[in-house]
Design a protein around this ligand. Structure first.
Ligand code: MN
Length: 163
C-alpha cells in the first residue's frame, strides 16, 4: 500500500466504526424480549394490555405503544400536550371528545387528537379493540391523566352507539 492508500483505508475504517456506535445502529427490539404490562387502574378502567412500547431518543420525542382493550375497557379522561395519533389494528372501539363527540373506530382507522383536547378511547361494550398510540412529549410529558369515565358516562355512550 502507498501511504496515501493507507490513509484512505484508515478513513474508511473510521467511517465504518462510526456506524457501529450505539446511536448509529438500527435497533430491533424483539417481541420475545418485551414484557406486556397491564394498564394501571389509575389510568384505565377494565382490562388493558400495553406492549411494544417505544420512545425515541432526544432530540426526537415521539413515543408510544400497542394498547389492547378488552370489551368495556377504556382510558380515563386525559389530554396530550402535543396531541396523539391512534391507528386501530383490530376490533371495534370508541373515542370521545369531552364536548360530546363520540365516534366508532375500527381496523385501519387513524385518529388524531389535537393538543390539550380532553378525551378518552377504548373498546366497545361487545368487542375488544387494539390500537397503536403515538404521541410526542413536551417537557418529558406525553399525557395528563384525569378522572375515570364512569360506568354511567360509558353506559350513556353505549346507548348512543347501539341505537
Ligand atoms: Mn389519548
Amino acid at each position: 500500500m502507498t501511504p496515501k492508500s493507507i490513509i484512505t483505508a484508515a478513513m474508511a475504517f473510521g467511517a465504518t466504526t462510526a456506524f457501529a456506535e450505539p446511536d448509529r445502529e438500527v435497533s430491533v427490539t424483539r417481541a420475545s424480549s418485551q414484557v406486556a404490562t397491564a394498564g394501571a387502574p389509575e389510568y384505565f378502567t377494565g382490562s388493558v394490555k400495553v406492549q411494544s412500547r417505544f420512545q425515541a431518543n432526544a432530540p426526537a420525542r415521539v413515543g408510544g405503544g400497542l394498547v389492547s382493550f378488552e370489551p368495556t375497557a377504556r382510558t380515563v379522561w386525559h389530554t396530550h400536550p402535543l396531541g396523539q395519533t391512534l391507528i386501530v389494528t383490530e376490533g371495534a372501539g370508541l373515542v370521545q371528545h369531552w364536548e360530546g363527540e363520540l365516534q366508532e373506530i375500527g381496523p385501519g382507522d387513524v385518529v388524531w387528537i389535537p393538543p390539550g383536547v380532553k378525551h378518552w378511547h377504548g373498546a366497545t361494550p361487545d368487542s375488544g379493540m387494539s390500537h397503536i398510540a403515538i404521541a410526542e412529549s413536551l417537557d418529558g410529558k406525553t399525557v395528563e391523566w384525569m378522572e375515570h369515565v364512569s360506568d354511567e358516562q360509558y353506559g350513556q355512550k353505549r346507548g348512543d352507539v347501539g341505537e
